[in-house]
Ligand binder design. Sequence first.
Ligand SMILES: *Cc1c(COP(=O)(O)O)cnc(C)c1O
Length: 392
Amino acid sequence: MELPSNLFDALQRIQGFLPETGAVLHEPRFVGNESKYVQDCIATGWVSSVGSYVDRFESDLAAYTGVKRAVVVANGTVALQVALELADVRPGDEVLIPTLSFIATANAVMHAGATPHFVDSEEKSLGIDVPKLSAYLDSVAEKTSVGVINKKTGKRIAAIVPVHIFGHPVDLDALLDLGRKWGLVVLEDAAESLGSLYQGKHTGSFGRLSAVSFNGNKIVTSGGGGAILTQDEALGKRAKHLTTTAKIPHAWEFVHDEVGYNFRLTNLAAALGCAQLEQISTFVEKKRRLADEYRSLLKGISGFKLLQEPSYSKSNYWLNALVLDTSFQKHRDDFIQRAHEMKVGVRPVWKLLHSLKMYRDCPRSDLSVAEKLERSVICLPSSPFLAGGRRT
Ligand SMILES: *Cc1c(COP(=O)(O)O)cnc(C)c1O
């Protein structure tokens, strides 16, 4: 199929804006204290599961996001898994998650022994459509003495996990209200939204527990890593204990009081993370500038919209995305193919989770908006250093 001229025009403008060598979707840059802190780990021998950078990364994260406690762990997926377990999600339970998310959200629910129950998204934030979820719960759920029961499956619905897709915050007030109404705990998957604000406060500080990620493609990276955030000191303490083999502190005895996990982040990784976190304000600023630049670059071209932060929020714009108009959806794959030939590293949004073979039989609501979004969302190269455009 020939690419329509408006979409080709958009691609050409993007290509002209990006470095001559092209650009991938997202890549890290280490221009701060990364080498210094990592060298320090090597010089002192503190490279492994304890060390001063682990403690510092945790306190820096808590201070930055405004939570009482941050516990760093091996990755964002296990952060979410442990958050679910600490929120008393039990084997056999169902957990409400958007079908439009990265695979980790569903996998964490499964690793916690529960079943994902997929819900729909809305077009503004790409996050959970709260009014639609509310109407859905009214039709399928029942509040009983043992919790909220799914009338179709007979299982307990234990939690809601909103995901702040591409950094854009979900309407948290509405979602937290819905959680309170039903007695359902809200856990934020804030893996993509570190640095994003909902009504002036950090995403990740609203849920009973939240998960963030420091994977290599996220806004700050520790090589690989994640964190559990919480406003509840006792839960924070439990999170640390459970993710560090549940060992009772003692100078030499090995006493463990439950089946814990070895989900610790290494001091080496934490050192990288500390140096990256020092720069997060600059990264957020640059990403927001890049979003503005894409907006002016593509102004006047019809056929798609650039995704914009919801009015109640200040987004970290982790990934910039364009949403094709319905009549141009059929050109999505050609657009992506053509972009790759032009070294413009665009990507489609994830395949919807409920369509993957492991999750095909899971309970779900109507998912028509997510299905439409799946066909129309294309992510653009979004590394912070792309802000400012081609420098020749
Ligand atoms: C990256 C990501 C995760 C998981 O993080 P990892 O550190 O890669 O395990 C979870 N949820 C979402 C939405 C993500 O984008």
